[in-house]
Design a protein around this ligand. Structure first.
Ligand SMILES: NC(=O)c1ccc[n+]([C@@H]2O[C@H](COP(=O)([O-])OP(=O)(O)OC[C@H]3O[C@@H](n4cnc5c(N)ncnc54)[C@H](O)[C@@H]3O)[C@@H](O)[C@H]2O)c1
Length: 269
């Protein structure tokens, strides 16, 4: 028996992603993305890959000079720097408004800004706990809320939240960070359910040990300990997280929402 199946949303075929001359068509042509914490590390790598795939990107980060330098490196036609502290709702609102004003819309929001304030619970101060919760959990909530307000009107959009494997398994010295990163998973799933019928998808990434300023600040013996837990036997590169962010931001993942993808080289599976 032959079934005639009509699926909603973009279809996929072998040739769909090819141009007339057979070259691969970019995945994010003319789309606008906001990346928080985009001045360096994973955020910068995500912005770089999105631009290579045809997007314009607004980088939101704390230090305007560093963010402007990053945007300049990415090319001023495709990247805009905005000073933004993600813990402040009004600054996040201004960040997404800048994307609409400067590039004419908002298709993708990557809530990536982050800090660590590691200490065992005996030594961790209340301030260190509050800071980490504010940047990761409140920051991601601020970004999701601001982006969703625009995306729901357009009936399309993809939000990608940066969690961590620390939020899945809990890591020593990270009661603040593990709590925030686990919270991002709950936030992602709840927002995915609220926004699905509006055409807005919300997904999360849990990176493991990725080479960046955040992890290079780690004492060597801690780095070695973590590396020993990675079945693939090496740390990941920011570009390898960026490829997964591209997948979740693009129509390649058109039927995925509320999911959490681990990018860990097999660590803690
Ligand atoms: N590197 C890893 O191994 C790893 C693993 C798992 C998760 N992550 C997560 O990936 C994200 C990026 O981490 P990274 O390794 O690139 O770190 P990074 O320190 O290199 O970059 C983080 C960026 O966030 C910015 N930032 C910090 N607080 C901010 C705030 N309040 N408002 C706006 N920007 C702010 C910083 O200025 C910096 O540019 C973080 O959420 C981090 O928790 C990283």
């Amino acid at each position: 028996m032959k079934y005639d199946v009509h699926l909603p949303g973009p279809s996929w075929s072998e040739n769909e992603n090819k141009g007339e001359d057979g070259d691969r068509v970019s995945l994010l042509t003319d789309q606008t993305a906001v990346v928080t914490g985009g001045a360096q590390g994973l955020g910068y790598a995500i912005a770089e890959l999105f631009i290579a795939e045809g997007a314009q990107v607004v980088l939101g980060d704390l230090d305007l000079a560093a963010t402007e330098a990053a945007a300049k490196q990415l090319g001023s036609d495709s990247a805009l720097a905005v000073r933004c502290d993600v813990t402040k709702a009004d600054e996040v609102d201004a960040l997404v408004a800048a994307a609409v004003e400067h590039f004419g819309g908002l298709d993708i929001m990557v809530n990536n800004a982050g800090i660590t304030r590691d200490a065992t619970i005996r030594k961790m101060t209340e301030e260190q706990f509050d800071q980490v919760i504010a940047v990761h959990l409140k920051g991601t909530w601020n970004g999701t809320k601001a982006a969703a307000a625009i995306m729901r009107e357009n009936k399309r959009g993809a939000i990608v939240n940066m969690s961590s494997i620390s939020g899945k398994v809990g890591l020593i010295g990270q009661t603040n960070y593990s709590a925030a990163k686990a919270g991002i998973v709950g936030l992602t799933k709840a927002a995915a359910k609220e926004l699905a019928h509006l055409g807005v998808r919300v997904n999360a990434i849990q990176p493991g040990l990725i080479r960046s300023a955040m992890t290079e600040a780690m004492p060597q013996h801690i780095w070695d300990q973590k590396l020993a837990e990675v079945p693939m036997g090496r740390a990941g590169e920011p570009a390898e997280v960026a490829k997964v962010a591209l997948f979740l931001a693009s129509d390649l993942s058109s039927y995925m929402t509320g999911t959490v993808l681990e990018v860990t080289g097999g660590r803690h599976v």
